[in-house]
Design a protein. Structure first.
Length: 90
């Protein structure tokens, strides 16, 4: 068998890492549950989802500022003032 020699003798080629592949720590590891435990976990997740949706709805709902109503009221009075003045004089 012939040994292959790299083209660049100065280049350091580490030996290939051969062995058992170990997954990273954050790799998903499936867990088996009993029927009762799975039901409890499902109810817990369902409650968490319901609470998060409820909280997000309260954040997205914005009340109209009172200053908008004040400006609209003053605008309506400015428009209706001449008519109200005529009605009061008669």
């Amino acid at each position: 068998m012939t040994v292959s020699v790299s083209v660049n003798q100065n280049m350091k080629n580490p030996p290939p890492n051969v062995g058992v592949i170990t997954p990273p720590d954050n790799y998903y590891k499936p867990v088996l549950y009993s029927g009762e435990q799975a039901g409890r976990e499902f109810k817990k997740l369902d409650k968490d989802i319901y609470v998060s949706i409820k909280n997000s709805e309260s954040i997205t709902k914005k009340k109209t500022p009172k200053s908008v109503f004040v400006v609209l009221g003053l605008g309506a009075l400015a428009i209706l003032f001449p008519r109200l003045k005529k009605l009061i004089k008669k």
